[in-house]
Design a protein around this ligand. Sequence first.
Ligand SMILES: [Ca+2]
Ligand SMILES: [Ca+2]
Ligand SMILES: [Ca+2]
Length: 467
Amino acid sequence: MKRIISLLFACLLFTIGTFAQTTWEVGNTTLTEYNLVTGVQLPWEILWGHDDHIWMTSRKGEVMRIDPETGNYTVVLERNVISNGSGEPGMLGMAMHPDWENTPQVFVVYCTGSAFNGDEHLSVFDWDGSALVNEEILLTIQAGGIHNGSRLLVLPDNTLLMTAGDVGSSSLAQLEGSLQGKTLRLNLDGSVPDDNPIDGSYVYTLGNRNSQGLALGANGIVYSSEHGQNSNDELNIVTAGGNYGWPEVEGFCNTIGEQAFCAENEVIEPLEAWTPCIAVNGIEYYNHEAIPEWQNSILMAVLGGLGGQYERLSVMHLADDGLSVTNEEQYFSSFNQRVRDIAVNPYTGAVYVAFNGTSYPGSGPNIIKEFRNESFASSLSDEIQLGATINAFPNPANDQIQLNWGMPLSEGSFEVYAYNGQLIENGKLRENSTSMKLQLSNWTAGSYFIRAIHAQGTITATFQVAH
Ligand SMILES: [Ca+2]
Ligand SMILES: [Ca+2]
Ligand SMILES: [Ca+2]
């Protein structure tokens, strides 16, 4: 019965995905709007995974893995969280290990206990092909009823940034000895990096109120978004050892009192500030040729404030050096939905946007929409097009699966991997074949990845073995 329901659901989503949709004009580019997933509760983090799936945390305590072609998804982790995710705490930030092929691990932040006496855990899990398992808690800090930070970002040097909110105790943000109101930096095994600004401490920046957006831009520049109190939401550049001012300074150093504190503490001012607060959240650096009008910009999810009146996707255009914002454009405010987070398809340049209901602190059911430049996506090489259109049947499969790619391939070979990176099977493609079959009776249940290398390029597909 469960399978029938999920098949029906998959069909429904496929049907939705093939309907003609609304289009949006961005300069000379037309974006087509799709509903990728509907009926999910409070998506908090959405990211494009190294396995070419979209991964999502739900604030109510789940991690979901979503097929970007069909919107079909599976729940791969569940945890009990504070207030079942009905307030600000819950299951929040997530990131993937950068060496996914050899180390398929996922980092997740979630909050347990009560809102007034809770713990925020940063944990790492192994991906076994169907679930996140073998939890190791790397770090536990205080969770609060409000201001839990938690956004994660892996840096090119294989360290992990985590934003930590002030949990409503603003004075903690300037205390070097507290991990609250900070940006933290860890090695991927949870240890303190040798080159952190304070010896033996996770603290990487201080004076942060509640940052819930992190993105890596060009030239290694790291950007963060940060919630202000009533005024001065901020977009910042994250600099090691930097003091970002909270609670002594809000936004720019523009009052007499702030200027004295700023001078004494070398406070780093934001690139931009918004008053009244618009409630800034997830950010992504966008530089894909699919939407030339958005290249070299920060895409910023805007929740809209307590009254939900400013919700939108903001496109923050950057100067060539990435060190300042030249202008802001606003999209999608007409949905009147809190915009929580963003992910980008690295192949098609499509942008996925997670919505969170109409009012603070958000309510479900929610939707993740895709905005895609169809003319760019259809101009992609055979390699990508085939990757997007390869069909596995049945999927999930039991004893046998047929893979169809619709055009004859020559001089080909194939490799099948389990999601832990183990090579399961390899061989030659039949000359000018348009399909192949795999016998699965000896395979363990889980997710698999096939790569076919042929004269025209490489095609890939994922499929599930159920048994
Ligand atoms: Ca994201
Ligand atoms: Ca600041
Ligand atoms: Ca100020």
